[in-house]
Every structure is written in structure tokens, then in C-alpha cells.
Design a protein around this ligand. Structure first.
Ligand SMILES: Nc1nc2c(ncn2[C@@H]2O[C@H](COP(=O)(O)OP(=O)(O)OP(=O)(O)O)[C@@H](O)[C@H]2O)c(=O)[nH]1
Ligand SMILES: [Mg+2]
Length: 347
């Protein structure tokens, strides 16, 4: 059975609307990959959902291989509280924290190294199967050298690239192989089945990405996902306040702050979306009045309320993060299905 070179799906020439369709079985790429790569066409996006169970089955078939777990840098901020690494507990694993270029410019390389060395050190106490970690991004030129040197040290030839959807697994394999054979896209769920590639004396296996039920990415349609996804270096949006205020990220997120004294809040989200603020006593009114105009909206929003006395950072996976400074009472209204994570990282 022939498989698509871009996404791994079995090719078929019978049913146009089913996955793997090609006009001619001589072709190497399915129509979905072809249209995604050449025209950014997302018609079939999310219709070919791969279940986490199916992905775990692939992992267990390769249990004797080295697992390279690729993690989006923004997810990595709360890696300690994420259950992702549980799935790899029984496998020899290395971590790649990818897309570090998304962090704001004031976070220099030294600081990035310090932040993530601590995070990796902490998770390594729980997961002794993690043998090494690399930080990287699409501009990093030393990645290939570092990666192959780790493979040589560990004496591994069969390597599975694993992790959550859209973390950059296929892009990293393309980078290692100096080609664009694997299909990549801004949308999660691009790779549909395992793709095995032989390179020198190595075997690289690309896999579909695990769905994260704690990420907005799982609940937004493709249009809203595209508009809210962070894909460029974040330009923080900072607000000072000395009276109760409500902050709105369209209809996706609302943060109310009732400060005891002066306080500030900084949002780290997609740069094209501006945070709106209003007086706290006008918050409900603002939300109701503007709900229908919000391009980005989700329902239902759940509320978490808590007090803080110093500087704290909260991550909303798939949307970004925000940092609050000062003594205040806080209400966060976010998608009810998605967990509000607190990060120890001080950006
Ligand atoms: N800014 C930035 N974007 C990256 C980086 N690496 C990958 N991307 C982008 O992330 C998106 C997802 O990349 P893919 O390689 O398709 O991710 P994947 O993990 O294979 O995704 P699935 O197959 O859906 O699981 C693409 O738009 C890539 O261009 C990086 O280091 N920095
Ligand atoms: Mg992929």
C-alpha cells in the first residue's frame, strides 16, 4: 500500500472526499497535502482527526526507539504541570523545546537558557527517562549539529518524533534532512499517520500530533485558530491600573483585576489582536454589548477567581500568557474546558 510522502496517509484514487485521494496512484502526495502546501487550502483541515489512542499505538510499536519529544515553547512554560511526558515515561526520550523565537525580544538567549534549564531540571527529577534537551527555533543554525551529536552519544538509529499537534515535528525533520518532503502547516493535525524516512544510517519516524484537551487550539475553528495563534515574536501589551478594570481579548478571554494599590498586567498574545479595557463595573455590559461583534469568541467561559500578592504569570494554552504585578483580586474568564495554568517562570 502506497502512502503519502507528506502526511503518511494511505493513498487511494476512488473517493475524492476521503483522506488520501490522488487522481493517479503514481503521485507521491495526496490532494490534501498538495493543496495545503501550494494554496494553503484548509478545506480538509480537522476533518481527518487522528485520535490520541491511534498515536499511542504507533508509539508502542516503536517502544525500543529513541523518542524525540518536541514541545512548543509556550507549552513548555508549564511543562511541570502538563501530563504530556507521562506518555513517554517508558521510552528513552530527549526533549526539544521549539519555537523559542516566539518569546519577546527582551528575553535574550541567556535568559531563555536559564528559564528552560530550570524547567528541564525539574521535570527530569520526575522523568528519569529524559536523556537530553535542546532549545531551538526556525532560525537556529546549530540545531542539526547538536542533534546528531546527541544521537551519536546515545548510539541510537531509530528515532520517533513525537509530541503535541503543531509543535513543529515535521518542520524539524525537514530541517535535519535539508528538504521539504514532509507537509507542514500552521494548523494542528497536518500529519495523519506515521511517515518513516531513511537517512544515512538513521530511521526517522514522523508521527501525527497528540490533541491537547487543555488548549484553545482544540476548540477553535480554523479561521479563529489562524487569527489567534502566536506565530511571530510576541510584542507584549502592558497596562497600568490603580482602579478595578476588566481586560478583554475579544470574546476569548476576560481578566478582571481589583487592585489594592497600583498594579499592572501584561498580555503576551498574537500581535494582531489588541486587548481592550474598560472599568470593572462596566465589564458585563461591555461583554454583552460587543459579543456579536467579536470575531474571536468562544462559549462557555468559566471563571477562576483568586487573590495574588506579588508578580504571577498565567498561561492559557493555545492563546498565550499574561503576567500580573501587584496585590490584587483577580477573575479570569476563559474557555470552561481549558485549564488555567500558573507558571513559575518570570518572563
Ligand atoms: N515561529 C516558529 N514557527 C515554527 C517553528 N518550527 C515550526 N514552526 C511552525 O509551526 C507550524 C507547525 O509546524 P509542523 O512542522 O507542521 O508541526 P507538526 O508538529 O508536524 O504538526 P502536526 O503534524 O499537526 O502534529 C508551521 O507553521 C511551522 O512553520 C519555529 O521554530 N518557530
Ligand atoms: Mg507534522
Amino acid at each position: 500500500m502506497k502512502k503519502c510522502r507528506g502526511c503518511g496517509i494511505i493513498l487511494q484514487d476512488k473517493e475524492k472526499n476521503l483522506p488520501g485521494y490522488v487522481v493517479d496512484l503514481e503521485q507521491d502526495y495526496c490532494q490534501r497535502c498538495f493543496r495545503l502546501s501550494h494554496y494553503g487550502d484548509t478545506t480538509h483541515f480537522k476533518t481527518n482527526h487522528v485520535s490520541n489512542e491511534k498515536i499511542y499505538d504507533i508509539y508502542s510499536r516503536y517502544r525500543d526507539s529513541l523518542f524525540v519529544v518536541i514541545i512548543d515553547v509556550l507549552d513548555a512554560l508549564v511543562l511541570k504541570d502538563d501530563d504530556l511526558l507521562e506518555s513517554f515515561r517508558d521510552f528513552k526520550t530527549i526533549l526539544i523545546i521549539n519555537k523559542t523565537d516566539l518569546l519577546p525580544e527582551n528575553v535574550n538567549d541567556k535568559k531563555i537558557n536559564r528559564i528552560f534549564s530550570k524547567i528541564v531540571f525539574d521535570v527530569n527529577k520526575k522523568y528519569r527517562n529524559i536523556k537530553a534537551a535542546i532549545l531551538t527555533n526556525k532560525f537556529e543554525s546549530k540545531f542539526n549539529e547538536q542533534f546528531f551529536s546527541i544521537l551519536e552519544d546515545l548510539k541510537e538509529n531509530s528515532i520517533v518524533f513525537a509530541g503535541r499537534a503543531n509543535a513543529g515535528k515535521s518542520s524539524l525533520i525537514n530541517k535535519l534532512l535539508h528538504n521539504n518532503d514532509l507537509t507542514t502547516s500552521i494548523y494542528p493535525g497536518t500529519t495523519l499517520d506515521e511517515v518513516s524516512i531513511t537517512y544515512k544510517n538513521y530511521r526517522f519516524i514522523d508521527t501525527p500530533g497528540l490533541v491537547d484537551l487543555n488548549s484553545y487550539a482544540t476548540y477553535l475553528n480554523s479561521e479563529k485558530y489562524k487569527l489567534s495563534k502566536i506565530d511571530k515574536t510576541i510584542r507584549p501589551q502592558v497596562f497600568q491600573l490603580n482602579e478595578p478594570q476588566s481586560y478583554f481579548y475579544d470574546g476569548l478571554l476576560r481578566v478582571d483585576i481589583i487592585p489594592k494599590k497600583d498594579a499592572s498586567i501584561t498580555f503576551y498574545i498574537n500581535n494582531n489582536n489588541k486587548i481592550h479595557r474598560t472599568r470593572y463595573d462596566n465589564g458585563d455590559n461591555y461583554y454583552q454589548k460587543h459579543y456579536c461583534e467579536f470575531i474571536l469568541r468562544v462559549k462557555p467561559l468559566g471563571v477562576s477567581d483568586f487573590s495574588i500578592s506579588d508578580s504571577r504569570t498565567f498561561v492559557i494554552k493555545g492563546l498565550g500568557f499574561f503576567k500580573i504585578n501587584g496585590e490584587c483580586f483577580v477573575n479570569v474568564h476563559s474557555l470552561a474546558d481549558v485549564r488555567l495554568y500558573e507558571s513559575e517562570v518570570d518572563i
